[in-house]
Write a protein that binds this ligand. Structure first.
Ligand code: SAM
Ligand code: 2KA
Ligand code: SF4
Ligand code: MG
Length: 248
């Protein structure tokens, strides 16, 4: 299990590294990317689609890795050619990722990170792209608006920061509008929720694709009827292609 260096302050807990695939969500949708998924999360969203990187029963599958070991695996997947690396989780903001980003940048890679905005790190300013995905009411999580604003401020102007809100219902839609009201300068991405994301027992269940499509159509109608013309509505492209499959 501990093939890498023993855990220390710079060791990163990794659930999985996979790709290249396409980025399936948000502003970078369609771009070839290698994913590095960190283990552990300070949230527990009711509909989380990656419980294997959240629930502590999977902890022994999260491998402590050094930045060099992670970049070596990324390079072996990409054939040594620099590309976009997407850092996700779990909440990747819990991990010490500054040295990893520095090392990857030296080698020509670019870094995007997805986080809910509940933990702020000074290395956010090193990222090329930051996707903040604050959680709407259907998740059963509470938003700390000050922490979210702090994430935006810490990332600064050299990082391209966007907001991506998952929407299941009318209350979630109203929440997304509130995010936009508070952060009018940031592009808003609306992502329809997948209500069949799996459980701790079954991490790759059959997806209700027609239900996901129904929600996508409902969300498009909602945005158009509301004349919210600077919002971008996008499905989880990888989910449309591969359903709930892991590692794609
Ligand atoms: C699994 S999370 C990991 C990163 C971070 N913890 C976060 O939530 O932003 C990556 C993205 O997947 C979204 N997501 C998780 N479960 C989902 C579901 N059932 N339907 C649609 N999007 C989902 C999250 O909202 C987030 O935008
Ligand atoms: N292809 C692909 N795109 C993604 N965008 C965000 C993902 C995530 O789970 O964070 C994800 C993922 O797991 N796969
Ligand atoms: S914050 Fe992200 S990883 Fe954590 S439980 Fe919610 S969706 Fe899952
Ligand atoms: Mg996912």
């Amino acid at each position: 299990m501990f093939a890498d260096a023993p855990p220390n302050a710079r060791t990163i807990k990794v659930s999985e590294i996979f790709g290249p695939t396409i980025q399936g969500e948000g502003a970078l949708t369609g771009l070839p990317t290698v994913f590095v998924r960190m283990g552990g999360c300070d949230y527990r969203c009711s509909w989380c689609d990656t419980l294997y990187a959240v629930d502590s029963s999977f902890r022994d599958q999260w491998k402590p890795m050094s930045p060099a070991a992670i970049m070596s695996e990324v390079a072996s997947l990409s054939g040594g050619k620099p590309l976009l690396v997407s850092l996700s989780g779990g909440n990747p903001a819990i991990q010490p990722l500054g040295a990893l980003i520095d090392l990857g940048h030296e080698q020509g890679y670019r870094f995007a990170l997805e986080t809910q905005g509940s933990v702020v790190k000074d290395w956010f300013s090193k990222l090329d792209n930051l996707t903040l995905s604050p959680k709407p009411p259907s998740s059963d999580m509470e938003t700390d608006w000050d922490l979210l604003a702090n994430c935006v401020a810490t990332a600064g102007s050299d990082t391209e920061t966007i907001m991506k809100v998952v929407v299941f219902d009318d209350r979630d839609y109203a929440y997304a509008k509130e995010v936009h009201r508070r952060f009018p300068g940031l592009r808003m991405y609306l992502q329809p929720g997948n209500h069949t994301p799996g459980t701790v027992e079954e991490t790759e269940p059959t997806i209700d694709m027609s239900g996901v499509m129904d929600r996508m159509r409902w969300l498009i109608d909602k945005v158009v009827d509301d004349e919210w013309y600077d919002a971008t509505v996008l499905p989880q492209l990888h989910v449309l292609i591969w359903g709930n499959e892991r590692g794609v």
